[in-house]
Design a protein around this ligand. Structure first.
Ligand code: URP
Ligand code: ZN
Ligand code: ZN
Length: 471
């Protein structure tokens, strides 16, 4: 087993920072040493990396990705290989992707299908949540089985997308009761899909077909209403842990904050697109351009205070995690399915490569602190989703490390930094401070000197435990 010593960097955790050396032995972190201590101890590592002037942080954990998701008549355009390679370029060392149970399919078959897609193809470690596309006796039993045997301890339900992934309130309650018994986490796509479908039909009947109507027919009130309903259902089910995914609206965030103040096990997630992109600046671009930014929940108006509230929510821990909801579709042949009908545009934005960069920019602009960047992008995702050996630079943890250059800059765009399988970038032209310097996955350097040195198949499936926030 080879050893690596990362010297003289500033080691940043969720709770503080210190100057020191990180000793890696094989796939794990062996020790944190004071600067120079290794020489005194006679330690000669096989490899040394000089991190002077750089931050040494736990590798990013993106707890919300959709590689190859079948959606809107097509498939998300990143395979596990291309998506996890792009993630590595962005300083991410673990993803948690969503296995899908399609309506009518057995949950275990859906999970097996996801293992088939991912096995041998991932450049970084990966784990799965399970989407439950049809709550019934069999899927409820399967949920318990997955928690006990498969390392899948969180389940996503949808209050949106009637006829596709949608669950009604009774199904949601039953799934929550089941999760309460097994200790699992319920993840909720909280939008009132029944009401949204009425607004969509009315808009189309008026000839309102452009991409911007995607947002206008999914008003913030219907995100807040569904969030409130999900919280009430989780309370009725016995204060079952509830994680609201991809939050974009101030009104919904208020519901989460109120639940937290009432002592409920409710957690919030947002994504870079909601912190940086808006209805007016992106979705309302002329012609069909706005299709690039059709995602659900949708981008919100810049004339309200959604973005500043989301940043505040991150500071206050009302929002615990930043994930990407990486669900890329190319414009050609994919987003184009919705030419002349916004409701047929596949929903999703790709961003797995850029989360560390975009959220670090929030550190630069003073929205969050450096430690909070580490916490929301790595340490909390690990703890929230039972990735027990990840998310910290500490002895015994996996040697998943991101060396970050705060003096570098990153230009995002298809002719710049862009390794996702997409014919456009949702963040085209963004220039941000800071840069991925070196990425280490279980002791192996997979990105350095602007070169990818990893390989598809290196990434292992990680069986997850229960959420550490709940025991
Ligand atoms: O637009 C989105 N979010 N697409 C991915 C599926 C989902 O709802 O997370
Ligand atoms: Zn969703
Ligand atoms: Zn998603």
């Amino acid at each position: 087993m080879s050893t690596t010593l990362i010297q003289n960097g500033t080691i940043v955790s969720a709770t503080g920072r210190s100057t020191g050396d990180v000793l890696i032995d094989g796939e794990s972190i062996a020790a944190i040493l004071a600067p120079g201590q290794s020489a005194g101890m006679g330690i000669v590592a096989d490899r040394t990396i000089d991190a002077t002037g750089k931050y040494v942080v736990p590798g990013g954990i993106d707890a919300h990705t959709h590689m190859e998701l079948p959606f809107g008549g097509t498939f998300a355009s990143d395979s596990f290989e291309s998506g996890t390679t792009a993630a590595a370029w962005g300083g991410v060392t673990t993803i948690v992707d969503f296995a899908v149970q399609r309506t009518g399919e057995a949950v275990q078959d859906g999970l097996a299908g996801w293992h088939e897609k991912a096995a041998g193809n991932c450049a970084i470690d990966y784990a799965f949540h399970q989407i439950i596309g049809g709550v019934d006796e069999d899927s409820l039993k399967a949920m318990t089985y997955l928690v006990d045997n498969e390392g899948v301890t969180s389940f996503k339900l949808f209050m949106a997308y009637p006829g596709v992934f949608y669950s009604d309130d009774g199904q949601i309650l039953r799934a929550m009761q089941n999760a309460g018994e097994s200790g699992a986490m319920i993840m909720m796509h909280a939008e009132n899909g029944i009401a949204i479908d009425v607004l969509v039909a009315q808009a189309l009947a008026r000839g309102e077909t452009d991409p911007m109507f995607h947002s206008l027919t999914r008003p913030a009130e219907l995100e807040a209403e569904a969030t409130h309903r999900a919280i009430e259902l989780s309370k009725v089910a016995g204060n079952v842990p509830l994680y609201i995914v991809h939050m974009s609206a101030s009104e919904a965030l208020e519901e989460v904050a109120a639940a937290q103040h009432a002592g409920l096990n409710v957690f919030g997630e947002t994504c870079p697109q909601y912190l940086y992109l808006t209805l007016e600046d992106q979705l309302m671009q002329p012609g069909f351009e706005g299709a690039k930014w059709v995602c659900s929940t949708p981008l919100r108006t810049k004339h309200a205070h959604h973005q500043s509230d989301l940043w505040k929510g991150l500071r206050l821990n009302e929002l615990a995690i930043v994930s990407t909801d990486h669900c890329p579709f190319c414009m050609k042949d994919q987003k184009e399915l919705g030419l002349g009908n916004f409701s047929a545009i596949p929903n999703g934005i790709g961003g797995v490569e850029h989360r560390m960069e975009l959220i670090y920019q929030g550190v630069v602009t003073g929205e969050i602190g450096l430690e909070r960047w580490v916490e929301t992008c790595s340490t909390t995702p690990a703890r929230m989703f039972g990735l027990d050996t990840k998310g910290q630079i500490a002895p015994g943890f996996d040697a998943d490390v991101l060396i970050w250059d705060p003096n570098g800059t990153t230009k995002i765009g298809i002719d710049d930094k862009h390794h996702m399988n997409m014919d456009h970038s949702a963040y085209e032209g963004f220039e941000v401070d800071g840069k991925v310097d070196t990425v280490i996955s279980r002791g192996r350097v997979i990105v350095e000197n602007d070169t990818f040195s990893g390989e598809a198949g290196w990434g292992k499936y990680v069986k997850r435990g229960l959420s550490q926030y709940l025991h």
